[in-house]
Design a binder for this molecule. Structure first.
Ligand code: UD1
Length: 368
């Protein structure tokens, strides 16, 4: 029996976190010198946005659920800090692991920092250089107070070094989200989602849209739906809608306009397996989310990113991603190329191979 186990709190909070935490918890099971404690801050709380991911990815029941839910940024971040501090004071962990860039990432890292607990940041070093995105502030601040910074690509290291972060803290380990993608890809083939939606492989485009910069601005959201109206006349669009966007469509009086598009099929947020199967079988992806840019690169699906920038430039440099912003003409032009099968050549980035969690734990074993 191992006497002095290393107590590690793993933080999960919102939909894009769950697939990053799952491989880590799996890997910890093989290394008994660690005692992982799972904290779900509850930033996302619906079954569709959270519960289904725990079920499909076989993630253990959280040891703590802080039930923070939605709120203004200060409110959500502040509430998370208050509740997470109580957990840290009770559990006295040696390590806190945070992933990605959501509000809970910075909230929990900040608490750990003040309590002198070592912080691990997974998916470190990503930068969009766009401070209008709340996630950019979360990324920069989390990186600057972290002790072990695990990057998904070499660009990440460059960004961190430029900001003066000590190179001894930086480790290039690959992309942990891809660990989950590759593990679940085979299982996803059993889903009946194509049949359920009455669509055929390669005869539709998949859409995700939820960034505040796109959906909280009435003019931008209207332009985007005008663009989708043109595209859906050429190819079906499947859109698993995000609660934020659903609210805005109502608020901006766009419901009728959206409903009249016969080939724009809106579904509730989908589970992980349905989502990756839909992506894998799509003709192309249109997205403003971060993770799907990476998943489409690995699955070799053309991706049009509906933003002016990306914090994941490797998906553009070597992957299938093209930044099209929210300009109607540009989106249509690139869509037409894809419909003519004039796809960009692409490669899978280095170390996006399904073994990132193993590398992370090996490094933690060595240094802790
Ligand atoms: C958050 C993250 C973003 C990530 C996204 C993925 C931050 C700053 N943003 O944005 O980086 O890409 O998650 O989804 O942390 N809601 C529900 N049910 C839920 C969860 C949310 O109805 O289970 C509603 C909330 O009530 C709120 C809206 O969706 O009105 C937005 O949720 P919020 O957590 O504030 O941010 P996201 O836009 O999801």
């Amino acid at each position: 029996m191992i006497k002095n186990k290393i107590k590690v709190i793993c933080v999960a909070a919102a939909r894009p976190n769950f697939m990053k935490i799952a491989p880590l918890l799996d890997e910890f099971k093989k290394h008994k010198e660690f005692k992982p404690i799972l904290v779900h801050t509850g930033q996302h709380y619906d079954y569709n946005m959270s519960g289904s991911f725990f079920k499909e990815l076989n993630i253990q029941k959280p040891n703590y659920n802080l039930s923070i839910k939605a709120g203004l940024h200060g409110e959500q971040t502040g509430k998370t800090m208050i509740e997470f501090e109580k957990v840290c004071l009770k559990e006295k962990p040696q390590l806190v692991i945070v992933v990605g860039d959501v509000n809970a990432t910075i909230a929990c890292a900040l608490v750990a920092s003040k309590l002198h607990i070592k912080i691990v940041h997974i998916e470190s070093g990503l930068r969009s250089f766009d401070k209008n995105m709340p996630e950019e502030t979360n990324r920069i601040l989390t990186d600057h107070i972290s002790d072990y910074l695990f990057t998904t690509c070499e660009d990440g290291k460059k960004n961190l070094l430029k900001e003066g972060i000590d190179k001894k803290k930086i480790f290039f380990v690959g992309n942990i989200m891809i660990d989950t993608l590759l593990k679940q890809q085979k299982k996803s083939k059993k889903t009946k989602i194509l049949k359920k939606l009455n669509i055929k492989s390669k005869e539709y485009s998949l859409l995700t849209l939820h960034r505040p910069s796109n959906v909280d601005n009435q003019k931008t959201l209207k332009t985007l739906f005008e663009t989708f109206n043109i595209i859906q006349k050429k190819i079906k669009i499947i859109y698993p809608i995000h609660p934020r966007t659903q609210k805005r469509i109502k608020q901006f009086g766009l419901e009728r306009h959206v409903k009249q598009m016969k080939n724009l099929i809106i579904t509730p947020p989908l589970g992980y397996l349905d989502m990756i199967y839909l992506l894998d079988n799509s003709k192309f992806l249109m997205t403003d989310s971060g993770g799907t840019q990476e998943e489409s690169t690995v699955l070799k699906i053309p991706c049009l990113t509906l933003r002016e920038n990306t914090e994941r430039p490797i998906t553009v440099d070597v992957g299938t991603n093209i930044i099209v912003g929210t300009n109607k003409n540009k989106i249509i032009k690139e869509t037409n190329k894809i419909l003519l099968s004039k796809n960009k050549k692409s490669k899978i980035p280095s170390l996006w191979d399904g073994h990132a969690a193993q590398r992370i734990i090996k490094i933690l074993q060595k240094y802790c």
